[in-house]
Design a protein around this ligand. Structure first.
Ligand SMILES: [Fe+2]
Length: 321
């Protein structure tokens, strides 16, 4: 059966994508950001997931104000990068996993979460930037290292879903994944945020104290986060800080208790706080099965996860945490 083995939280700041596409990664301003993802990229190479579910929001690229699905699941065989005004980003077309995606759609909808099923969709920086941060710069002729199932969430027009609704959707997605018969190791991304506001009198708002508290609770007490009302996100994290509810879908798909294996936080990137976290389900829940009284895990999965853990240490980035 398929399993969710880890959750990844990552900002998806569009300027990060522009820095990658314009080869500015070594400039001191951007190196500060990208250096925080070096260990994460090694972790990703070691853990080698079979599929990634990427929770993100569309920024009027695939959907406009004509049509705003609250939750839109991509079931297509591929998802091309969208033209966001400067031509499509020079990144690979994301290959989908229609079999698992349609299975998730069926399971989750019958579980009373009314997803919109999207059989044709372009993807914007909300999805491609976190993939770059975790997988590095990949030319359009290459391929992302795993199939991708996009889950677009409306956080651009009121009313977005509540954090509690997102958390519970994550639980339903986990149930769906675990009822899929193929032995797949799945990671789930929650993207967006952290605190930022891009327009109005409070443009440029960043609230590091609130962001760090959010990350602490994401790791240790996520249910507390599910009670945060929209107004608190707006007040404390800025108008666009509401994107952080998407991290709760990722968190809901994990065990109640997780191992925080990595965290990175830095400000600013463009006018946004950059947050990143990697949470793994406990070892016994990520591939362990009891056989004749002994714990046994698939040797490939075990060695991959062990290697990933070796490659990454829970560190505080210098002066940023
Ligand atoms: Fe965004």
């Amino acid at each position: 059966m398929a399993k969710i083995i880890a959750g990844i939280g990552s900002s998806h700041v569009p300027a990060i994508g522009a820095a990658i596409d314009n080869n500015k990664m070594e400039e001191p301003y951007w190196k500060r950001v990208f250096s925080g993802f070096e260990r994460s990229q090694q972790w990703m190479r070691d853990i080698k997931p079979d599929v990634a579910i990427v929770v993100y929001n569309d920024h009027a690229s695939a959907f406009s104000t004509d049509l705003i699905p609250t939750f839109a699941l991509g079931t297509a065989t591929e998802f091309p990068p969208a033209d966001e005004g400067w031509g499509p980003r020079p990144v690979p077309v994301a290959k989908g996993h229609p079999q698992l995606a349609t299975h998730i759609a069926q399971s989750v909808i019958l579980d009373e979460f009314d997803l919109t099923v999207v059989n044709k969709m372009e993807i914007d920086h909300g999805l491609t930037v976190p993939l770059n941060l975790l997988c590095g710069k990949i030319p359009p002729t290459g391929q992302w290292p795993f199939p991708i199932i996009p889950l677009a969430v409306n956080v651009v027009m009121y009313p977005p879903p509540t954090g509690h609704r997102c958390f519970m959707l994550g639980k339903a997605i986990r149930k769906a994944v675990e009822s899929y018969p193929e032995n797949l190791r799945v990671v789930i991304f929650g993207t967006g945020g952290l605190s930022h506001q891009i327009s109005g009198p409070r443009a440029g708002l960043i609230n590091s104290k609130w962001d760090k508290s959010f990350l602490d609770n994401l790791s240790k007490d996520p249910k507390k986060l599910t009670r945060i009302p929209h107004l608190e996100y707006m007040r404390e994290a800025g108008a666009e800080g509401i994107e952080m509810v998407m991290w709760l879908i990722m968190r809901g798909a994990l065990d109640d208790k997780v191992d925080e294996v990595y965290r990175f936080y830095t400000v600013p990137a463009s006018n946004t706080a950059v947050g990143h976290i990697i949470l793994e389900n406990a070892r016994k829940a990520s591939g362990t099965r009891k056989v004749a009284g002994k714990s046994k895990r698939g040797s490939a999965g075990k060695s991959r996860q062990a290697a990933a853990r070796k490659s990454i240490h829970r560190i505080a980035s210098k002066g940023t945490r």
